[in-house]
Design a protein around this ligand. Sequence first.
Ligand code: DQQ
Length: 534
Amino acid sequence: ISVSGKHRTGYHFQPPRNWINDPNGPMHYNGYYHLFYQYNPKGSVWGNIVWAHSVSKDLINWKALEPAIYPSKPFDKFGCWSGSATIIPGKGPVILYTGIVDANKTQVQCYAVPEDLSDPFLTKWIKPDEYNPIVVAGPGVNSTDFRDPTTAWFKDGHWKILVGSRRKHRGIAYLYRSRDFKKWIRAKHPIHTAAGTGMWECPDFYPVSMEGTMGLDTSVVGNHVKHVLKNSLDETRFEYYTLGTYFTNIDRYIPDNTSVDGWAGLRYDYGNFYASKSFFDPTMNRRILWGWANESDTKEDDIHKGWAGIQAIPRTLWLDPSGRQLVQWPIEELNSLRDKEVEISNLKLAKGDYVEVKGITAAQADVEVTFSFSSLNEAEAFDPSWVNAEDLCGKKGSNIQGGVGPFGILTLASNNLEEYTPVFFRIFKASNKHVVLLCSDARSSSLKSELYKPSFAGFVDVDLSTTKKLSLRSLIDHSVVESFGAGGKTNILSRVYPELAVADQAHLFVFNNGTVPIVMENLRSWCMKSAVIN
Ligand code: DQQ
């Protein structure tokens, strides 16, 4: 592996070179999955943005096509920014995207359609002159923060879309309606807004079933569904979502009182995951989530590497039976890359134990592990002022001894633990319940300084009075550690750049640094084959 290649991924999506960001217009059409994404054809920093295009039969192995949408019209001369695909029954897909009109970054919404519906790859896209751009910022709308149209849904004779925006510091999702997908009119009220959240990039709005794990097509409404509204917050570069009710008669969305707008809101991922977009996959009746994971190294590193940005592994997503949050899990197709397996059962981890999991390619692996603990009596007291999980993980890292935990895995570890990215749980005792913290702590991930090495963390909403077990799955891929806690309730993606723990010099450990012994009931880990990507 060349120097610039040692952190390239083996099974996370990336093109051979250059900058990528947001996933755009994911869909399944006529036997193929399509992934478009923001791409700079000229370099490994953001700029010159076009929609790159890849197709796949299984969401894992991808074939690159030429860019589908690139500046070619007066309304998108300065860039083709994010957007979505909608499949019109009986007609085929339509892409909506944001065109950048001028050097001031004035934004309008545009549409594109396949040139030839009989081409199985839908290689070429055209932007009809009639009706384009379909939406411009009207009076009172901030025309330089007005972008990222959603997939449309159909209700009562109208197609409807959202466009992200802001008014001063209030985040806004404007609603537009159309009968024919060509003439669009802004509704009197946005579907939802929230004070103090800033620009809403890449809104996503869709129904989830109140029972089971099956996904729903974007137009489904009714009393058996809840709706999800997700926004990507430009200012802090993280996303949050709420669960709530879509009142179709007034075209308003109101979040449940169990999920809040803004910084304290629920997150798909408590790590490096942004500008995500979901789509309904009719072949398996599931909703799939794509998200972009930016680099955590410097711009100079990216220029040197010649590439920047990956897509997270696509995740199936559904409503937790509690109704309070979503659950995510890597798409099952990923298992086709699992190769040699190592399994360990019933391993007791006493205080201070570190045990190496030998026999796998630890730099490119999939690990599933279940821990149990006999008693919670010695859990540390939880201070109610600890509202920020990331700060708490920063204070209580993997080598700070606790009561129940910290316990978990050390990924991408060098031989003598000069480098490691720990992914671990820590259990606290609050006044009337236990608080579970999941951390993915990049601080010790690399000997190299000048990297962004955050102690990412999230709380895990589990009831430890009924189950005394916690599970963890981590997808390790050279510069990625993508973890799913408690069956996908709390998820964290970290980007890390070890200097020593690369290729066959990377190791995997399990550990316990709490006074209470932990039983690792079962660990299965697989060497992961590389996917064929672009
Ligand atoms: N990236 C796109 C925008 C979007 C932002 C530009 C989010 O359309 O708002 O590349 O990362």
